[in-house]
Design a protein around this ligand. Sequence first.
Ligand code: SF4
Length: 474
Amino acid sequence: MHYVGKELNEECAVFGIWGHEKAAKLAYYGLHSMQHRGQEGAGIASTDGKVIYDHKGLGLVNDVFDNEKLDALDKGFAAIGHVRYSTQGGNIYANVQPLVFRSQKDSLSIAHNGNLVNAHKLKGELEERGSIFQTTSDTEVIAHLIKRDYSDNFLESVKHALSIIKGAYALTMLTEHQLIAALDPNGLRPLSLGKLGNAWVVASETCAFDLIGAKYVRDVKPGEVIVIDNEGLHSDFFTTRTEPAICSMEYIYFSRPDSNIQGINVHAARKNLGRMLAQEAPIEADVVTGVPDSSISAAIGYAEATGIPYELGMIKNRYVGRTFIQPSQELREQGVKMKLSAVRAIVEGKRVVMVDDSIVRGTTSRRIVGMLRDAGATEVHVRISSPPITHPCFYGIDTSTSSELIASTHSVEDIRELIGADSLVYLSPEGLKKAIGRDPAMKNCGQCMACFTGKYPTEIYPDTVLPHEKELLV
Ligand code: SF4
């Protein structure tokens, strides 16, 4: 799923399967279902118990793999895979995952979703001790830490490495003998466990299970490391200091609506966000419309709660490239126009409520409001199904500088004026937590709210933050 003109970029998805003769092909389908999480690179590593085979490349899953390449990988019974959006390290071939490290003794391949906050520090320390890095990705640090510590007890080496790294990481790792899945102590990124017959499957999103016919078993827990081998599945923890803080944006925007995150369906959560927004910010209007695709669920919820009809006020052209991989602001604005159109027959002469999931720079919102007015809308009321994004994300979402976050420097009234809306209301942080419906007994209902509050669930290391960002940390 490509989100039209969206200014927030997903990070990555990981996949893993153990105990299936078509492991690599199933990894391909699993990655395909999670393509919305990263379009810049894809890769699969597989094993037959003797060798790790791998293939990766820049581009979409379909661009990187064909039947021949998949047949070459489909020799074994286990595989991991990755789709990438490069938040860290840049979009170069060497950074495409899974990263594979070969030695005379054995091999290790690794796929990572998330972003480490102490990678820079650890990399410096490792280099001082003689490590040579092949990539500019933070993921390589994890492999070096594991290999440095590598003793006869591989699991202990993994646990030790995981206890040193900080930040967000949902990992799948493959050796000739084991599939390993692990999640950071805050569980910042989703990671679920499923079963396909006798085979175990791990994926960033449960939509991957649906596509390959696997059954959801449970979510991987914060601080957990799961080892799957010919003996079966074994669960362990590398730390007891855990505090659930899953990324709120996974519910709001990133994940596919048909995925469930920790028992909550993403579409249902978004509908509730829309309902809550209707309670907090009702308005008299003729139609409600949502910005395709990620805001449609919230728009439906808003419409249901207010009784104002939901209409397809905007459509997108699916056959143009992504706007947000184009670097300049100029091209980005052009891209929005190419991808999205207002439906004149729906909005002409109407008071329109336009529901969107977030405002990052404001450029897209301004374009969309303008588009609706050009198509004849008499009023455009913007409702945002998340609180203002005021702080950068250090956990793998592409807002790592605040200079482009309009809400970090402008009031809501200023933003309303800049985007040209008749009214603008964001969902409150309390409304967000309540609408998603996670456990209220947990801190922040077990959600990361840092991009709305500046309160980060992990330590933020000085070199993670640009000098001008430091004052934004509270
Ligand atoms: S800072 Fe925001 S985008 Fe980043 S993990 Fe937390 S909630 Fe998600």
